[in-house]
Each structure stands twice: as structure tokens, then as C-alpha cells.
Design a protein around this ligand. Structure first.
Ligand code: 13P
Length: 258
């Protein structure tokens, strides 16, 4: 089985201006030791207006931290007032772009088709999408969680090549666990992450599935990260609230030694 490099990403959502963002990354770097960077990827996804500042900080301090963005438009340019394109992000050394976060699906009308177009835009410009999927509480209680997630995967990946699929990261984020303090149990998260891998295997073959990195997201904290990351099909975490505290995010990143 190929080794999958774990990836821990902080999704800051609409928090921190560019000055606060600089402080947060500086403090994070202070808390992290060299061993924390070894054998895993660390990514921060600040708001758009902080990307340039964080790019500069990462470069000047030679921080082994990857830069991520929270979304982008699917067209390369045009009359789309207020939007940000994939090539603009690529120019800022953005490496990862979240696609189809549940907040964007719920509040900004992003359908699987829109998410699919965004994935293509991100990959066209040499960046990697983190494709977010996850069911609502109602869907879970109705026993439909796996079907919903498989449906999101299929729709979002429609027409995506094997080569592009092998660059993908998938984040399983049950909506009911986001920002609620109620994380999925490691067993439930494992079950869904395994189902995601199985589905990617159906779509792209066993090799792509085995190499696929699947993150869990939803109330990840220093106290639960180790059990979650200890599951065989969970290769990382997508962290919201706890990534806004440099101490907590450093503890999450450093879970192997705490
Ligand atoms: P919380 O960690 O705040 O639950 O948010 C998860 C999330 O939505 C990350 O994308």
C-alpha cells in the first residue's frame, strides 16, 4: 500500500484580517518544532485579503507551511464582480483550494456542478483541490449519509481524469459536526472515509483510491485529533475553529508527540 502523507489544514473561514493573520502564522511557527513538519503537510487557508501577506511571510521565514484558499471562481477572468480566479491564486503560490465547503453549498448555492467547474479551474492552474463533502444531521438520521456523500463525490468528480483525481484531497465534513463541538466518533468518521475511498476506487481504480488522502473535518480539537487520525482511512484533518488559536492548532499538528 502506498504511504499517504497526512495533511492537516486550517480553514480560517471569515476570520482574521491580514495583520492578525501574520500574527497567527508567526505564533504557530513559534509553537511548532522541526519534527512537526516531518512526514506531514501543514496548510493554512486564510481569507483572500491575507493571502499575499502570508505568502510573503512563508517565503521570507522559509516556513514549510502550505498556503490554501477557501474557494475561487471557475472562470479565469471576466465580469464577475467580487470574485477571485484560480490564476490569481496560483500567482500567490496557493497550493490548495477548498472546493464545495458545506457553508458554500448551503449559503452560496454551490451545486455539485459548480463544484465540478471549480475543481477543473483549480487543477487547470496547477493547484490541488480539497473537495469537501458531508451529510446533514437529517440525512444521517435518515440513514442516507453514505448515499449523500457518494452522490456529492460522483457529481463533483464528473469527467475529472484519473491524473487529476490522483492529485485530489477529499475532506469528509459532516455538517452537524461543523462548529458544534460535536465531532463524529472516530468509528463513524472512519466508516465514511473508507466509503469515500471505495467510491473513488470504483471511479478510478484501486491505485488512485489507495493514494487518495481523505481528511476528516468537524470540531477537530487537540483532545480528539489523535483518535481520529489513528483510523486507517483518515489521512488528515480540516480544522475550523481550533485553527484560529495558534496553541490549539499547534497541538493538533503536533498530535504525534503530545
Ligand atoms: P470546525 O472545526 O470549527 O468544526 O469547522 C470545521 C470546518 O468547517 C473546516 O472546514
Amino acid at each position: 500500500m502506498p504511504e499517504r502523507t497526512p495533511i492537516i489544514a486550517g480553514n480560517w473561514k471569515m476570520h482574521r484580517d491580514h495583520l492578525e493573520a501574520i500574527q497567527l502564522v508567526q505564533k504557530l511557527a513559534y509553537h511548532l518544532g522541526e519534527e512537526d513538519y516531518e512526514g506531514q503537510e501543514i496548510v493554512v487557508c486564510p481569507p483572500f485579503v491575507a493571502l499575499r501577506s502570508i505568502q510573503t511571510l512563508i517565503q521570507s521565514d522559509k516556513l514549510p507551511i502550505g498556503l490554501g484558499a477557501q474557494t475561487c471562481h471557475d472562470e479565469d477572468e471576466g465580469a464577475f464582480t467580487g470574485e477571485i480566479s484560480a490564476p490569481m491564486l496560483a500567482r500567490l503560490d496557493v497550493r490548495y483550494v477548498l472546493c464545495g465547503h458545506s457553508e458554500r453549498r448551503a449559503m452560496f448555492g454551490e451545486t455539485n456542478e459548480v463544484v465540478n467547474r471549480k475543481l477543473r479551474a483549480v487543477q487547470r492552474h496547477g493547484m490541488r483541490p480539497i473537495l469537501c463533502v458531508g451529510e446533514s444531521l437529517e440525512q444521517r438520521e435518515g440513514g442516507d449519509a453514505v448515499d449523500v456523500v457518494v452522490d456529492q463525490l460522483r457529481g463533483s468528480l464528473d469527467g475529472i481524469s484519473i491524473a487529476d483525481a490522483s492529485e485530489l484531497v477529499v475532506a469528509y465534513e459532516p455538517v452537524w459536526a461543523i462548529g458544534t463541538g460535536r465531532n463524529a466518533t472516530p468509528q463513524d468518521a472512519q466508516e465514511m472515509c473508507a466509503a469515500i475511498r471505495t467510491e473513488v476506487g470504483e471511479l478510478y481504480g484501486a491505485g488512485t483510491a489507495e493514494g487518495l488522502r481523505v481528511q476528516y473535518g468537524g470540531s477537530v480539537k487537540p483532545g480528539n485529533v489523535r483518535d481520529l487520525m489513528g483510523q486507517p482511512d483518515i489521512d488528515g484533518a480540516l480544522v475550523g475553529g481550533a485553527s484560529l488559536s495558534s496553541e490549539d492548532f499547534a497541538l493538533i499538528v503536533g498530535h504525534r508527540r503530545h
